[in-house]
Write a protein that binds this ligand. Structure first.
Ligand code: NAD
Length: 450
């Protein structure tokens, strides 16, 4: 079947109303949950082949998080689906206003390779919960995971309801030419622009979950042991191939050495003396990305790490010093285990440096000083972030997750996923019990105009 036919079939299926009852949505979410549970060994295996992810990390970041999301959404869906009554303005006396969540219809989900299972399925949970049909395009760079997704989706769902289309740029381009009602894209800033341009042809609404350089600030009063451990966790999970990984470090000059010592200790604790040999340490996705990252190693002086293994595509956790904003490592999103470090004296420098660049997807701040926390949150725009931690803001369904400016638009997770895939339809219900005459034109002129 060609792509146009497939999308047409989904549109026809949507029009039957089959995706909309609460019971149908819950049933499909249950089926999805069961399918993931059944396929767990296969998913873990595929993640090991494609990215050398350890079972523990893969379960935590790709599977467990989806079970949580499905349970969270299923428990609250009935309430979210209900039309919400709103207040009546004085000018509208006698009428009632409602917000009715309406599915967009047929949605397209394009996923990246770094969390190739989770980032394809998590938006799908929102799409199903909101009553849509969906087409998923997994990443071609993680072919084993892409194959598991396609086979799992094919086993559980009628393709007129949910289907997966494998392939690279050509597959994406074909899909982007179709009249979807919503596009949910996760990937790079550059491709995000391509997606938005294609969507603009038909004025299709988009959610863009993009990337960028997320700063991590370590102030002089930070709990250094915990800060270094949590930064190492955020930077080295999936070998740094995480959209919200701390990209670069801004550390107060007085604690720079203490940070280096504690960072080294944390790495040892996580991965032993030689991380390249650790089963808990993942690899870089492709030789091209490996080479790109390797070239960053000469953009500063290596304080820690720097070892690479082209055979296994692994790069040791690395700290870089003496980097300049002009060097490639500070110009593009790193997306690997290399952490460039810059020092500062005053907080003003931090605010100025970060604000001189595109608004980041995430920001991390380590300090116990409340006024420093308030200042950074107030003065630096960023998608979302954590104070005295890294990554954890993404893992709670109560917080919306998304970027701002170049790091993306729109958000999801929990109820925000439901709204990401719903149009909030406004309905005003007027009374016939009386009529307010002055709003109508009259020969003597409207009262409102006098
Ligand atoms: P990518 O933009 O290269 O690819 C993402 C998807 O788009 C893939 O499915 C790919 O096949 C498709 N694609 C690639 N080129 C295309 C084109 N020209 N036209 C249409 N579709 C195209 O991104 P990636 O390398 O897979 O992922 C890494 C990027 O994603 C990083 O920038 C990272 O920060 C970002 N990311 C963001 C989030 C988030 O939630 N904000 C999560 C994960 C990754």
């Amino acid at each position: 079947m060609n792509v146009s036919e497939m999308v047409h079939k989904q549109k026809l299926y949507y029009r039957t109303g089959a995706t909309r009852p609460y019971e149908a949505r819950i049933k499909q979410l249950d089926l999805l949950k069961e399918a993931i549970r059944r396929r767990e060994p296969e998913i873990l295996e595929a993640l090991k082949i494609d990215l050398s992810k350890s079972d523990q990390e893969a379960y935590m970041t790709e599977i467990g998080i989806l079970f949580e999301e499905i349970s969270f959404v299923s428990k609250r869906l009935k309430r979210w689906m209900k039309p919400r009554k709103v207040k009546t303005a004085k000018t509208h006396i006698g009428s009632k206003g409602y917000i009715v969540p309406e599915p967009y219809g047929s949605v397209l989900i394009i996923a990246p390779w770094n969390y190739p299972f989770q980032l394809a399925i998590s938006p799908l949970i929102g799409a199903i919960a909101a009553g849509n049909t969906a087409v998923i395009k997994p990443s071609e760079l993680t072919p084993h995971v892409s194959a598991v997704i396609t086979s799992m989706i094919g086993e559980v769902f009628d393709p007129a309801f949910v289907t997966a289309v494998e392939g690279g740029v050509e597959a994406s381009e074909m899909l982007l030419a179709e009249p979807f009602d919503k596009i949910f894209f996760t990937g790079s800033v550059a491709v995000g622009k391509v997606v938005m341009k294609a969507a603009s042809e038909r004025l299709i609404p988009v959610t863009l979950e993009l990337g960028g350089k997320s700063p991590c600030i370590v102030h002089h009063d930070a709990n250094m042991k915990l800060a270094a451990k949590r930064i190492a966790f955020g930077k080295l999970t999936n070998s740094g191939q995480t959209c919200i990984a701390p990209d670069y470090l801004l550390v107060h000059e007085s604690v720079r050495d203490a940070f280096v010592t504690e960072y080294e200790k944390a790495i040892r604790q996580f991965y032993g003396k030689d991380p390249l040999l650790s089963d808990y340490y993942g690899r870089i996705v492709t030789p091209r990305h490996f080479e790109r990252l390797q070239s960053f190693l000469t953009d500063g002086s290596i304080v820690l790490g720097g070892e690479t293994d082209p055979e296994s595509l692994k790069i040791a956790p690395t700290l870089l010093d003496e980097v300049s904003w002009e060097s490639p490592v500070m110009q593009e999103e790193i997306f690997g285990p290399i952490l460039p470090m810059m020092t500062y004296k005053h907080l003003d420098e931090v605010v100025d440096m970060v604000n001189a660049r595109p608004k980041p997807l995430a920001l991390y701040l380590f300090t116990v000083n409340q006024s420093v926390q308030d200042r950074i949150v107030e003065q630096i725009p960023f998608g979302g972030g954590s104070i005295n931690d890294t990554l954890m803001h993404i893992a709670t369904p109560y917080l919306p997750f998304g970027g701002v400016g170049e790091s993306g638009m729109g958000n999801y997770h929990g109820e925000y996923s439901f709204t990401a895939f719903s149009h909030m339809k406004s309905v005003l219900k007027q009374t016939n019990a009386f009529d307010i005459k002055f709003r109508y034109p009259s020969k003597t002129g409207s009262v409102m105009m006098r």
